[in-house]
Every structure is written in C-alpha cells, then in structure tokens.
Design a protein around this ligand. Structure first.
Ligand code: HEC
Length: 259
C-alpha cells in the first residue's frame, strides 16, 4: 500500500509541476506591456454575434478561408438555413452566392488590396494565434483620427497601419492624449472621444469582445473538445495506473523477495 501511495503522490506532484510550467509558458506568450488583457468568450450567442460583425465589417477585405460556413454553423449551434440567410454575403468567382459548404473567402485580389491600401488584407483565420487575443482586442480599440494618413486613421498598436477604421460608424472617432513624460518627451496616456458612433463605449467593448472571441474561435475551433478529451485521457491513465500497480503486485506476490 505504501508503494502505491508513493507512486500516486509522485505522479500528482509531477502532473502539477508540468501544468504550472505549461501555464506560465502560455502566459509569457501574451504580448507587450501596453496591451489590455482579454479572455475570449466561447458561447454560441457570443460566437454568433462575433461572426455577424466579422461578415458585415471585415469580410469585404479579409478572408478566413481555412474555414467553411457549415463548420461554423455546427459549432455555433445554428442551422444551415440561418447561416445562409444571415451570415453569407460573399460570392464565388462566378458571382454566385457562396454556399453553406463554401470556404469563408472573398473576391478581393491581392493586387487590388495592395493598390487600395498599400498592403494586402491578410487572412484572419490564424491571427488570434499569431498576434494573440490581447493584441487583437487592443488593436480593435486603438484606431484614432489622423488626417496625415491616406484613409484618415492610424492605430496605436500598429502605427501607420494600412487598414481604415472599419468600425468607425460604431465607435465614432477618438484622438490620443499625450502627457509630458518628464524627459522632454511625450507619452501616450489615453484616448479622448471626439465624435460619437452609434454605440456607447460599453456597447463597443462588448462588440469587440464578441468579435475577438470569434477570431479566437477561428484560430482554434476545437479547443473545448480537446480540453475535455484531455481531462478524460488523464483520468483514464490515472485509473489505469492503479490497476497496473495492483496487477504487478498480484504477479509478484508468490516470488520470494530474497530468492
Ligand atoms: C477596407 C478594407 C479592410 C476592412 C473592411 C478591414 N480590414 Fe483589417 N486590414 C486591412 C488591411 C489593408 C490590412 C493590412 C494593414 C497593414 O499591413 O498595414 C489589415 C490588417 C488587419 C489586421 C492585422 C493583421 C496582422 O497580423 O498584421 C487585423 C487584426 C485586422 N485587419 C482585422 C480586421 C477586422 C477585425 C476587421 C473588421 C472589423 C477588418 N480588419 C476590416 C483592410 C481592411
């Protein structure tokens, strides 16, 4: 019995050490100093609202074409018809409406993107993985009015960005406020709203929460399933360990210790 408890304790200690190391490694990948912390929401309702913003405000320029509408419908608890009626506004290369099984793509060519914006709007399917959700959340809240830019917008976390402020109608416009940093320079302190959008500041935050949660979903659609399977596998291994130890005892019990 003593041996079993020693094995159990050491495997528990090992597992928790592993988990804490893995946890801090993930946290360290979070991003720079000035980013707001963001925790994605993974509920059907939030995914549906996020997808709505994405198809209405982003897909004119960006694609997410590692994904099919049908897969999203299943993951967000929507019927195929609901997705066709409410979320599909794109057409295929022949001008026909995209189908439920189509990839979340659009018709903008790379040359057009380069010409119009100075940069090709990237595929956003994996951006939540490459940039991190903190970066995305802060980015979507950091567009500001800047007449010196070709499209009138600049961004605090992506200076000289080629993208216009796609959600200016919702957020309105803001400008950065700077303060003397005591070293003869200036430091950014906060944004000040100069024109109102159709949403209040809180409503805009909620919209960005849904949008970035949707982008997080695109980057890792099966996370929930993977985590719950992972826990089941660990549990199975744990129970199997007990059985294996008992079995080993059974096999060796007739062998004299000092034979
Ligand atoms: C009018 C076209 C247009 C629209 C609409 C648009 N974008 Fe963009 N976006 C761009 C362009 C162009 C870039 C590349 C900017 C650059 O590299 O300077 C970009 C870049 C980005 C990036 C940075 C990606 C990276 O890793 O560098 C993110 C994130 C992004 N867009 C998100 C969005 C979201 C979310 C929406 C919808 C709310 C949206 N965009 C709507 C044109 C657009």
């Amino acid at each position: 019995m003593k041996m079993i408890s020693t094995i159990l304790t050491s495997s528990l200690v090992g597992a928790s050490l592993f988990l804490s190391v893995a946890g801090s490694a993930i946290a360290a990948g979070g991003g720079g100093a000035d980013l707001e912390h963001f925790t994605p929401v993974r509920t059907d309702k939030s995914l549906q609202r996020g997808a709505k913003v994405f198809v209405n405000y982003c897909m004119g320029c960006h694609t997410a074409d590692y994904h099919r509408y049908s897969h999203f419908a299943r993951d967000a608890g929507l019927s195929d018809t609901a997705v066709v009626e409410n979320l599909i506004f794109t057409t295929d290369a022949d001008g026909e409406a995209s189908k439920i099984g189509s990839l979340m793509s659009n018709n903008m060519t790379a040359e057009y993107g380069k010409q119009a914006f100075g940069a090709v709007p990237p595929n956003l399917a994996l951006t939540a993985r490459s940039r991190g959700v903190d970066w995305l959340y802060t980015y979507m809240k950091s567009f500001y009015l800047d007449e010196s830019r070709p499209l009138g917008a600049n961004n605090k976390v992506y200076p000289q960005v080629g993208m216009p402020h796609a959600l200016a109608d919702l957020q309105g416009w803001q400008v950065p406020v700077y303060e003397d940093d005591g070293d003869g320079g200036e430091k950014f302190v906060r944004f000040q709203q100069v024109t109102a959008g159709s949403l209040s500041a809180d409503e805009y935050d909620d919209t960005i929460t849904d949008l970035v949660s949707f982008l997080d979903y695109l980057g890792d659609p099966n996370r929930e399933a993977r985590h719950s399977l992972g826990i089941k596998v660990m549990l199975f291994l744990f129970i199997f360990l007990i059985i294996a130890v008992l079995l080993k005892k059974e096999y060796w019990k007739d062998v004299p210790h000092n034979a």
